[in-house]
Design a binder for this molecule. Structure first.
Ligand code: NAD
Length: 444
């Protein structure tokens, strides 16, 4: 699936028109490939707070070259700023003092991570200053350009070492299409990270269930989890069985052809995982459908089918897997929402309700999980798949350009974000919803 506009603007005529008409000129985003370094360049660490004393050692363990000494004229691939020490609005000027001289010294597709303390754990001036970081980081994401990203990671006190998997993800090209996001780590007493023995195969020995795995985003999720070492059990409707069987054979995985909305589906999935695999470590609820119509013309079956596939089935299947203790300790449950569920969309009252419901479900379940099991969601924006290729040209162009990166994302961008949640190192990452949308201009 290609982005024709991106190809056009790199041609001589395209370059001329971009320059003279002020058209968006998307940067070709760097994406991670097996064997490549996690960060191809040096990361400069700055700031004052709880995290900075151990950051250099932490990054070294993550195979990242980092320094806290800015050499004159040096260029950087990434910047990590510990802002947990900023305790008043006046202290925020430290952000300007650190970042301003560096903004023109970043290489292509640079990464910025600002670390803070969750404001809800603080009071008074410190709370105000920590909340202010959100506006700073989201704006930086919109102006950094050249395929760069900026994120805010709120780390609860005591969870400093539990931030490793998140730092690694946000500094690497795996987070190519994720920007302007705010993540919370270590809430609800989850301060330990979980062991990652091999950074390149963090899911070795784990079993991952992926619904809707035969094509599109689900296929990429299966491929990336397999790359990270997992045995993948793919689920899809019986009509897609032949594609599903072929893909799972290629990935040395297993398959289950069933409709996730069938009354027996949860029971069958639980039985299969328990008897064939001795349980499951990662559950990705990716299967989803759209049945668009304006509300004035919304027939009942369009409403019901979308809610059933996108919202009721993930909740029912998860409930059954938890009740039967089929999800292993330190397990991961991952929902797939959509920015339509955050911003709303014409013709999608059913779809947006289902995808906002996924967020409610994640937030509700997050408080109840024990044994190191987590639940989080991704909310993709415009991802280039067969589904979006069917969208009319003009709508598709607007959808693709209306974000800080002026381009659509790829299924692998969603898959990499899911792999970060799935990592055994992400035990303290719970109840989050991260958008994979190139920082789309729509929605909060
Ligand atoms: P897709 O239509 O290409 O793939 C969805 C898969 O789910 C298909 O293989 C389909 O057969 C399967 N499926 C549908 N109903 C099922 C059922 N009842 N039981 C079992 N399997 C079922 O879609 P996609 O673009 O790859 O989207 C994957 C997920 O990402 C969906 O949840 C979608 O809502 C979400 N999403 C996609 C985009 C995008 O831009 N493509 C944006 C936001 C969210």
């Amino acid at each position: 699936m290609s982005d024709k506009y991106q190809g056009f603007v790199s041609s001589p005529v395209g370059k001329f028109l971009v320059k003279n008409l002020g058209l968006p000129s998307p940067t070709r985003l760097e994406r991670w490939s097996e064997g490549a370094p996690f960060v191809d360049g040096t990361v400069l660490v700055g700031g004052t707070g709880r995290l900075v004393p151990q950051l250099l050692a932490q990054l070294k363990e993550l195979e990242v070259t980092a320094t806290d000494q800015d050499a004159e004229g040096a260029t950087y691939k990434g910047l990590v700023f510990d802002a947990t020490g900023l305790e008043s609005p006046q202290a925020l000027v430290a952000l300007r003092d650190f970042f301003t001289p560096l903004m023109r010294r970043l290489t292509s597709c640079p990464r910025v991570v600002v670390l803070g303390t969750p404001p809800e754990l603080l009071e008074g001036d410190a709370r105000i200053a920590q909340r202010a970081l959100e506006g700073f980081t989201r704006s930086l994401g919109k102006e950094i350009g050249r395929g760069g990203t900026a994120q805010l990671v709120y780390v609860a006190p005591g969870a400093e070492r539990a931030a490793d998997s998140t730092l690694s993800f946000f500094l690497s090209p795996k987070s190519a299409y994720v920007s302007g996001q705010v993540v919370r780590i270590g809430l609800g007493g989850r301060t330990s990270a979980g062991d990652v023995t091999d950074l390149r195969r963090p899911l070795e020995g784990k079993v991952a269930l992926v619904t809707g795995a035969s094509r599109g985003i689900g296929e990429q999720i299966a491929r990336v989890l397999h790359r990270d070492g997992a045995t993948v059990v793919g689920v899809d409707v019986p009509q897609a069985a032949s594609e599903l069987v072929t893909l799972m054979a290629e990935l040395d995985g297993d398959h289950l052809a069933l409709d996730i909305t069938h009354p027996d589906a949860a029971q069958r999935i639980a039985h299969h995982l328990a008897t064939e695999h001795g349980g499951v470590d990662v559950v990705v609820h990716n299967a989803g459908i759209t049945r668009d119509k304006k509300l004035a013309n919304m027939a009942e079956d369009r409403w019901d089918s979308v809610i059933a596939v996108n919202l009721t089935a993930p909740a029912t299947i998860t409930r059954e897997l938890l009740a039967q203790r089929v999800i292993n300790p330190n397990g991961r449950v991952i929902g797939v929402s959509s920015i339509a569920g955050i911003a709303g969309n014409v013709g999608q009252t059913n779809y947006a309700a289902s995808k906002a419901g996924v967020i409610g479900w994640v937030q509700d379940l997050a408080d109840d999980l024990t044994d190191g099991i987590t639940v989080n969601a991704v909310a993709p924006g415009f991802i280039i798949t067969a589904m979006t290729a069917a969208v009319p040209f003009a709508t598709r162009e607007v959808g693709q350009r209306l974000n800080a990166m002026s381009q659509g994302g790829l299924p692998v961008d969603v898959a990499e974000t899911i792999a970060w949640y799935a990592s055994p190192g992400s035990t303290a990452v719970n109840g989050n919803v991260v958008r994979v949308c190139g920082q789309m201009m729509l929605g909060a």
